[in-house]
Design a protein around this ligand. Structure first.
Ligand code: PLP
Length: 397
C-alpha cells in the first residue's frame, strides 16, 4: 500500500508548495538590491502577520535562538525574572534564565494546566522580565497572555516576553494592545516552511532595556541586527532561501485574506481553531481524554491514551502503517500522550485522516474501537459548524 508522508507534528509542519518552489529557485547574494527588497517586504509582511507596529527581526536560528536572545539582551546577572511554566517549553525558560545568571522565580502549574493570575500577581513584584509561552506545545495548553500582560503593565519596569512559536498563526494576540514587549515565532510552525528561522517583534521599552542590560551577547546582539534590518540587510549572512520561502508563505496567507494579510492571518487562525476543535471531537468520541481539556490550544492537541496502551506503540504504528508522523509525549509524558498538530498547512481532510488513522492504531493496540466513531463525529461536527458559518469552509489554500 502506498503511504504518503504526513507531518502531524508540532514542528516541523507540512511545507507549502509555493514556498518550496520559491526556496528551490532562490540563489541571490545577500548584499544586493534584490535581497534587500525581499527582506524589507518580508519584514513588513511579518508585522501584519504578528499584528504589531513594533520592529521585527528575523534570525538565522531555530526558535530557541530568539528565546536565548530575549534573555541575553534584556537581563543582567542577578535580575529577578519570573518564569511561568507548565511544560517542557516553560522549563526551557528556566534553563535559559539560569544560564545567564538571573535570579529566577518560577511559577509552575501542573502539566496540561495553566497558571492562576492571582499567583502571578503575588510573585511578579520586582521582576524585570516575565517569561511565558502563548501555547505550551508539550501539553497542548493555551495560556492567558492577555491576563498576564495586564499584570505586567501594572508594574513599573517589567517586560513581558512570550514564546509564541506555536501560538502565532493559531491564536489571536493583540500584541500592541495588550503590551507584549517581545513575541517570538519560528519558521517551522504556522509559517509552513522548514526549520531554521526565528523571528521576533520587540517593543520600544524592550529596545531601551537592551541599552542597560549587561548580559553578554554577540551573534544575537539584537541592537546590531536591528540597525542592519531596517536597511534590508542582516548583520551576518542570512538564511536567504528560507527568507524567500517565508516571503512566499506570507504572500499565500495574504491571498487567504483576498489580498489582506491581516484577514489572511485570521483565516489561518480560524482554520487551526476549527481543526483543533474537530480533533477534540474525534478523541472524545473514542472515549479518550484530552490532556489539556480546560484550556486547549489550537496549535496542537495532546490526547491521553488508555492506561494499558503505550503511546509509543501508537506513534510507531501511525508512522509505519500510514506514513503519518504524530508526536509522543515529552519527558515524563512520554508513553502517555500522542500529540497532533493543526499548524499551518493542515486542513479539514488532514483532520479526517488523523481521526481515521487513530481508530486503526487504537484498534490494533487492543482498544475496543467501533470503526467510524471518530470519523462520524468529526464529519457531523464539521457539517454543523460550516452550516452555521459557511465562510469556515470557504478559505482557499
Ligand atoms: C517548537 C517550539 C520551540 C522552539 O524550538 P526549536 O527547536 O528551537 O525551534 C519553542 N517553544 C515552543 C512552544 C515550541 O513549540
Amino acid at each position: 500500500m502506498l503511504r504518503k508522508t504526513r507531518l502531524f507534528t508540532p514542528g516541523p509542519t507540512p511545507l507549502l508548495p509555493a514556498a518550496q518552489q520559491a526556496m528551490a529557485f532562490y540563489d541571490m547574494h545577500h548584499r544586493t538590491a534584490d535581497f534587500r527588497a525581499l527582506l524589507t517586504r518580508t519584514l513588513a509582511d511579518l508585522k501584519e502577520f504578528i499584528g504589531t507596529k513594533n520592529d521585527i527581526l528575523i534570525l538565522a536560528s531555530s526558535g530557541t535562538g530568539a528565546m536565548e536572545a530575549s534573555v541575553s539582551n534584556l537581563t543582567s546577572p542577578g535580575d529577578k525574572v519570573l518564569v511561568l511554566t507548565a511544560g517542557k517549553f516553560g522549563e526551557r525558560w528556566t534553563g535559559l534564565a539560569k544560564a545567564y545568571g538571573c535570579a529566577v522565580e518560577v511559577l509552575s502549574a501542573p502539566y496540561g494546566e495553566t497558571f492562576s493570575l492571582d499567583e502571578v500577581k503575588s510573585k511578579i513584584s520586582g521582576a524585570k522580565v516575565v517569561y511565558m509561552q502563548g501555547t505550551e506545545t508539550s501539553t497542548g495548553a493555551r495560556h492567558d497572555v492577555q491576563g498576564v500582560a495586564k499584570l505586567v503593565r501594572a508594574e513599573t519596569d517589567c517586560l513581558l516576553v512570550v514564546d509564541a512559536i506555536t501560538g502565532l498563526g493559531t491564536t489571536h494576540f493583540d500584541v500592541d494592545g495588550w503590551g507584549v514587549d517581545f513575541i517570538i515565532g519560528g519558521s517551522q510552525k504556522a509559517l509552513m516552511i522548514p526549520p531554521g528561522l526565528a523571528y521576533c517583534a520587540v517593543s520600544e521599552k524592550a529596545w531601551q532595556r537592551m541599552e542597560t542590560a549587561k548580559n553578554p551577547r554577540f551573534y544575537f546582539d539584537l541592537r546590531k541586527e536591528r540597525k542592519s534590518q531596517v536597511k534590508g540587510e542582516t548583520a551576518y549572512t542570512p538564511a536567504t532561501t528560507l527568507i524567500a520561502g517565508m516571503g512566499a508563505a506570507l504572500t499565500h496567507i495574504r491571498q487567504m485574506g483576498n489580498g489582506d494579510l491581516v484577514e489572511g492571518r485570521k483565516a489561518l487562525i480560524d482554520s487551526a481553531e476549527m481543526c483543533a476543535e474537530l480533533t477534540r471531537v474525534a478523541a472524545t468520541a473514542l472515549g479518550l481524554k484530552l490532556f489539556a481539556a480546560k484550556f486547549p490550544a489550537a496549535a496542537v492537541t495532546a490526547i491521553t491514551v488508555p492506561e494499558n496502551i503505550d503511546s509509543s506503540a501508537l506513534v510507531k504504528d501511525f508512522r509505519e502503517s500510514f506514513g503519518a508522523v504524530v508526536a509522543n509525549g515529552q519527558g515524563e509524558m512520554k508513553g502517555k500522550l500522542i500529540r497532533v498538530a493543526h499548524l499551518g498547512y493542515y486542513d479539514y481532510l488532514d483532520t479526517v485522516a488523523f481521526a481515521a488513522g487513530l481508530e486503526q492504531v487504537l484498534s490494533r493496540a487492543g482498544a475496543p474501537v467501533v470503526f467510524g466513531t471518530a470519523v462520524k463525529a468529526v464529519q457531523e461536527a464539521y457539517a454543523r459548524k460550516t452550516a452555521a458559518k459557511p465562510e469556515l469552509a470557504g478559505v482557499k489554500s
